[in-house]
Design a protein around this ligand. Structure first.
Ligand SMILES: *Cc1c(COP(=O)(O)O)cnc(C)c1O
Length: 400
């Protein structure tokens, strides 16, 4: 009976892979057949052409052109140029995204700037109570500096918690632990109805599903580029400032790179126009250009197709887990509803640390969120249905 089920699922996996229009993208990445890589929600895989591009950046642009490259190799304008490459993936028109610094630093810029934009008659900042910790730490510090109070609130309760005291809310689009997709359009509208600004963290949604920043009227957003955007370890993050807020956007980190004429080197600060206001200091060019090259894999890819495959993959993985894993050994904490699911599956498991160690030994690379969550991220550009079936089968072997 069990063997028949496995045969059926393996056959289905092969059929699904054969019918998958995105399957050809896998060969654009450096991956090995022995590993099922389900940790692209933590560190995306290396696009195979990036090393050659980096060799050119280092030997020619840095090694030969040296300082001329700031101009001749386009280094100086990389933050806004790469921002415009990320823009279509998250549904933003050009001129609203700048790349640089870490997500943590961009959370700081966004929260302080939103608090400044929204006046001082509002004294509360709502923060996603289940947030990735750095967002919460930084928001608390930002609130101390701007004289606001932090109100921690589950995203599901946020629409009810917002009031005329709320300056802004900082919310994760997809919860890093459970994989829950929060309602960006609905919550943004509810915040706006109360006169509050919406600041979204896209770390776990950008590159995995349509975000629609412009379409849903998001005010500010941040996100990292080393997860589903495959920019490389520590690749710079980005900041989105909706065009209508750019004039009022007042950066708490007005470094010389955001000056309207940086090389005038004047003592007085005068902000550059537009998204450039989000820049701070000299960009980390090597990481930035690795990210720029990595974004080539998105050429001709529609994010709607990525989303459709992501849901099909996570559905299929959950189906295989139900079929293979002994009853009661794991419980999914990822919502079953498509409208509430990101691109990962999180399974609660009593002995999760030992189980993940054993899975990795057997070539199934996911990760662990202590104490008891096994996380499996599905990056549709390089994970296939046979991978999902194999991961569930090996998980069942380990749990038996
Ligand atoms: C990954 C992640 C971060 C990482 O922040 P860094 O400053 O890049 O280390 C922040 N917030 C969320 C929601 C994340 O998922």
């Amino acid at each position: 009976m069990e063997l028949d089920a496995a045969d059926g699922l393996r056959r289905r996996a092969l059929e699904l892979d054969a019918a998958d229009a995105l399957a050809g993208h896998r060969e654009k990445f450096a991956l090995d057949e022995g590993t099922v890589y389900l940790d692209g929600n933590s560190l995306g895989a290396l696009p195979a052409h990036v090393p050659a591009r980096m060799a050119d950046v280092i030997t020619r642009e840095w090694g030969e052109l040296r300082i001329r490259s700031w101009d001749e190799s386009g280094w100086w304008t990389a933050p806004e140029r790469i921002g415009d490459r990320i823009a279509p993936i998250v549904g933003a028109a050009p001129g609203q995204i700048v790349v640089g610094d870490s997500t943590s630093v961009n959370v700081f810029k966004a929260v302080v700037a939103a608090a400044r934009i929204n006046g001082d008659d509002r004294n509360e900042i709502l923060v996603d109570a289940t947030t990735f910790p750095t967002d919460g730490y930084i928001a608390r510090s930002a609130a101390r500096m701007t004289g606001h109070e932090i109100v921690a609130c589950d995203p599901a309760d946020m629409a009810a918690a917002v009031s005329d005291r709320t300056a802004l809310a900082l919310v994760n689009h997809v919860d890093y632990r459970t994989g829950r997709l929060n309602d960006l359009p609905g919550l943004t509208a509810a915040l706006h109805a109360a006169g509050a600004l919406a600041v979204w963290d896209l770390c776990h949604s950008a590159g995995a599903l349509p975000v629609g920043l412009d379409a849903h009227g998001v005010d500010l957003a941040v996100g990292c580029t080393y997860k589903y955007l495959n920019g490389g370890p520590g690749s710079p993050a980005y900041l989105y400032v909706a065009e209508r807020h750019q004039a009022a956007f007042d950066s708490p980190l007005p470094g010389w790179n955001s000056h309207t004429d940086p090389f005038a080197m004047t003592p007085g600060y005068e902000a550059a126009p537009g998204a450039l206001k989000g820049r701070v200091g000299t960009p980390d060019i090597l990481s930035m250009l690795a990210l720029e090259a990595a974004l080539d894999v998105w050429d001709g890819v529609a994010i709607e197709d990525v989303r459709a495959k992501s849901l099909a993959l996570t559905d299929f993985f959950l189906e295989c887990v139900r079929a293979y894993v002994p009853e009661g050994r794991v419980t999914s904490v990822t919502p079953g509803e498509h409208g509430e699911r990101g691109s990962q599956v999180a399974l609660r498991c009593a002995d999760a640390p030992a189980v993940m160690t054993e899975l990795i030994k057997r070539g199934i690379v996911g990760d662990l969120r202590r104490p008891d969550i096994l996380r499996f991220g599905f990056t549709p550009l390089y994970v296939g249905f046979a991978d999902a079936e194999r991961a569930a089968r090996v998980l069942a072997e380990v749990l038996r």
